[in-house]
Design a protein around this ligand. Structure first.
Ligand SMILES: [Zn+2]
Length: 69
């Protein structure tokens, strides 16, 4: 019986990628970098600015100086 290895194709260049490839599912580090670039360049935008939650900044009554002697 021949082993059936499911072929995975690189999502970037469509080359077949071995599942044991170090950069799986990409065929190479280059394609992985390209994919990362796609994500970073706006395909995936986290457009929710961090709100300033106006929590009262309270350092506390005794902020460290507890050696009064
Ligand atoms: Zn590739």
């Amino acid at each position: 019986m021949a082993k059936r290895i499911p072929k995975v194709r690189c999502p970037i260049c469509q080359n077949p990628v071995a599942s044991s490839a170090p950069d799986f599912p990409f065929c190479s580090e280059r394609c992985r970098t390209i994919d990362l670039g796609k994500w970073a360049s706006g395909q995936y935008v986290v457009s929710s600015p961090l709100r300033d939650t106006n929590q009262d900044f309270d350092p506390g009554p005794d902020s460290g100086n507890s050696d009064d002697e």
